[in-house]
Ligand binder design. Structure first.
Ligand SMILES: CC(C)(COP(=O)(O)OP(=O)(O)OC[C@H]1O[C@@H](n2cnc3c(N)ncnc32)[C@H](O)[C@@H]1OP(=O)(O)O)[C@@H](O)C(=O)NCCC(=O)NCCS
Length: 189
């Protein structure tokens, strides 16, 4: 499977690369997770996680590529690839739906990285023939809700308790995607 997904420069000129997560990213992922603010931890994991252990990080990066799609955005520093953001979806139930999550490091938020990641996840899910992508979001997480709305997700009630919203996006079926690709180029570019 192809690793590389996207490459671009931030407005400050920092070169970023989006690719599939690899198992050997674990040590740098651990460092990055442990630098997250309490707010980012709460918004992503719905809990106050004090410290990410080696075991927790191993579970985080070790995925079944047939059921999950896990992307990381890295920048280079002293020959190392430092993870600054990540996104994943996991196929659910009979495999036609998937749930997604995003996590952007605090200094890198509001620079369009979440939008790039979510679009890449939507493209991959549509290519796999999945029908729906959904996520659970804290109701006060306005940046995530705004981003989701801008990519045509709808917000509905969630079964995850008060204060949690479910956001849902129907993915185009294969025939619609073929027609659109011919006429207008691929969607979510
Ligand atoms: C929520 C989160 C994923 C958003 O990612 P991000 O890279 O910061 O967001 P982006 O810059 O891509 O886009 C979000 C912002 O741009 C806006 N935006 C981007 N493109 C847009 C468009 N075409 N139209 C309208 N709004 C747009 C969003 O509405 C939002 O506004 P804000 O800058 O005022 O916050 C990120 O902040 C994060 O990881 N937070 C911590 C963890 C978390 O909340 N995860 C989500 C739970 S799954």
């Amino acid at each position: 499977m192809k690793d590389y997904v996207d490459r671009w420069h931030t407005t400050d000129g920092v070169r970023l690369e989006m690719r599939r997560m690899r198992l050997d990213d674990a040590p740098q992922v651990k460092d990055s997770l442990n630098q997250l603010s309490a707010k980012a931890r709460r918004n992503r994991f719905f809990a106050a996680i004090a410290e990410f252990s080696d075991a927790a990080v191993s579970k985080f990066v070790d995925v079944d590529p047939h059921q999950e799609h896990l992307l990381v955005v890295v920048r280079r520093e002293n020959g190392l690839e430092i993870p600054i953001a990540g996104g994943r979806f996991i196929q659910q139930g009979d495999g036609t739906d998937c749930s997604f999550s995003l996590l952007i490091g605090d200094p890198w938020q509001s620079q369009g990285i979440g939008r790039r990641l979510l679009k890449a996840l939507l493209r991959e899910a549509a290519q796999r023939g999945l029908r729906q992508m959904y996520g659970h979001v804290l109701a006060d997480n306005q940046p995530m809700l705004r981003l989701a709305r801008s990519l045509r997700f709808s917000a509905i009630d969630s079964d995850q308790g008060e204060g949690v919203v479910k956001i849902v996006c129907d993915l185009p079926d294969a025939a619609w995607r073929r027609r659109r690709t011919v006429r207008r180029g691929p969607s979510w570019r």
